[in-house]
Design a protein around this ligand. Structure first.
Ligand code: 6PG
Length: 507
């Protein structure tokens, strides 16, 4: 009989999404250019579901894939972002895909590429996009899904997406865990909701990843401070993180950090983390978020800083060389009591830094929404991120509630709950930034968040002097606080009289 869904690309994410779809009762025609991968997923399906209940069927070509599907065809792509998406699209056109067929791109495509592709392939098929977050385990047992594009396509995909996505308890906002093959969760709120027109979903996923970069960097800076500043062991740091994970910092990233820190290798029980080369990789989504924030003129310095931190890490040789040439401060030694107090302050610092990183991400999405005429529902986006995705955290429930209180909230820092949190913890945050600076430890994301916070809460910034400088050398004009808004002024700086000229309203 014909299959419900076609699936192309059986890498780590693809394979697990296929098995997740199978758990939920869908039959799948699966194809990968590498036939070993096709055989691998079929074997896994047989192993999990038994010979008779097999739901995954292998295909050896695009043509075979199309012939094994119900019409109109529904095909999920899980291939690397960029050229592969076009290569597969062209191959499917060659194999006879029809205009009412739907292709869902689940990769981390650059959102403008998605917009262009939707147009480019309009007469060939409907390109829908739905980024997936959650890594291997998420894909297998419930990812967060960010669908966008044709509303017609969404009406077809919705029940499938809601079935395979992560679920959250409607009352507590806590994830409902699914860990075994064959299991499904029917109750709870699905972490899959329509985001908006083509490109909107990929934009939102891009910002998710930007926030992910910032969140990871902030945790890494806390680890570095405890390790290099306080000389704690990886187990001691894991204990601290474990304790933090009981409070507002409760998150998947914190949880996996604990597991990593506790992991020992070799006969000598060396912590694995001590053996890992300190050079971070990146695939581009953090960079794209930072670039978009610069283009839109909406500050996301913590996210940008997290990208820079990865770049700095890649200059290993230069860092090693500088470490013996450039001076830092004398080592600081703290007694047991001081250490406890320091750790408590560090907790508050990373909490505040995290609030700022999310505030930046959400404000950026708001700006993009206005720029592109999307209608984003921020409470719904925060809701989707409560489970399944990499940044899932108890914290996302607080963000959901903030946007439920005020759907038009301009910046998360101005929600009543977050105002209270920031006000209560900002002093410890400042102390941590000062203390780590005196220890010579680079806490760039934690510090960047603080300078963002301070600038954003400053009524009068030195941009007045800056405007005067611009006017001085380039006659760029300035506005005055004591005159009507929009009225421009210029001082004839090079004339002895330094007359002020008024320009009236500029456009
Ligand atoms: C997710 C992740 C996933 C991937 C990113 C980050 O939401 O499941 O964000 O998409 O890990 O591509 O990768 P880099 O750190 O390599 O940029």
């Amino acid at each position: 009989s014909l299959c419900d869904i076609g699936f192309i690309g059986l890498g780590v994410m693809g394979k697990n999404l296929v098995l997740n779809l199978a758990d939920n009762g869908y039959s799948i025609a699966a194809f990968d250019l590498d036939n070993e991968k096709v055989l691998g997923v079929i074997a896994q399906d047989k192993f999990e579901n038994g010979e008779n209940k097999q739901r995954v069927h292998g295909c050896s070509s695009y043509t075979e894939l199309l012939s094994r599907l119900k019409t109109p065809h529904l095909i999920v792509l899980s291939v690397p972002a960029g050229a592969p998406v076009d290569q597969v699209s062209e191959s499917l056109i060659g194999a006879g895909i029809q205009p009412d067929d739907i292709i869902i791109d689940t990769g981390n495509s650059l959102w403008v590429d998605t917009v262009a592709r939707e147009k480019k392939y309009k007469s060939n098929f409907i390109l829908f996009s739905s980024a997936v977050s959650g890594g291997e385990v998420g894909a297998r047992f419930g990812p967060a899904l960010m669908p966008s594009g044709s509303p017609y396509a969404w009406s077809r995909i919705k029940p499938i997406w809601e079935a395979i996505s992560a679920k959250v308890d409607a009352e507590t906002g806590k994830p409902l865990e699914r860990t075994k093959p064959g299991e499904t969760i029917k109750k709870g709120e699905p972490c899959a909701a329509y985001i908006g027109p083509a490109g909107a979903g990929h934009y939102v996923k891009m910002v998710h990843n930007g926030i992910e970069y910032a969140d990871m960097q902030i945790i890494c800076e806390a680890y570095h401070t405890l390790r290099a500043g306080l000389n704690l062991s990886t187990d001691e740091i894991a204990d601290i993180f474990e304790q933090w994970n009981q409070g507002p910092l409760d998150s998947y990233l914190m949880e996996i950090s604990v597991e990593v820190l506790r992991h020992k290798v070799t006969e000598d029980n060396i912590p694995l983390v001590d053996l890992i080369l300190d050079q971070a990789g990146q695939k581009g989504t953090g960079l794209w978020t930072a670039m978009s924030s610069l283009e839109l003129g909406t500050p996301a310095p913590t996210i940008a800083q997290a990208v820079y931190a990865r770049s700095i890490s890649s200059f290993k040789e230069l860092r090693v060389q500088s470490s013996s040439l450039l001076n830092g401060p004398e080592a600081v030694t703290l007694n047991a009591q001081e250490k406890v107090a320091f750790i408590a302050r560090l907790h508050d610092a990373i909490y505040c830094a995290k609030i700022c990183a999310y505030a930046q991400g959400f404000q950026l999405m708001k700006q993009a929404e206005q720029e592109h005429g999307w209608e984003l529902d921020f409470a719904s986006i925060a809701k989707i991120w409560r489970a399944g995705c990499i940044i899932r955290a108890a914290f996302l429930q607080s963000i959901t509630e903030a946007f439920k209180r005020n759907a038009k909230l301009e910046n998360l820092m101005l929600d009543a709950f977050f105002i209270e949190q920031l006000n209560a913890h900002q002093l410890n945050w400042r102390k941590t930034v000062a203390e780590t600076a005196l220890m010579g430890i680079s806490t760039s994301a934690i510090t960047s968040s603080l300078t963002y916070y301070d600038a954003m809460r400053t009524a009068v910034l030195p941009a007045n002097l800056l405007q005067a400088q611009r006017d001085f050398f380039g006659a760029h004009t300035f506005e005055r606080v004591d005159q009507a808004p929009g009225k421009k002024f210029h001082v004839e700086w090079s004339h002895p009289g330094r007359e002020m000229i008024e320009f009236g309203h500029s456009k």
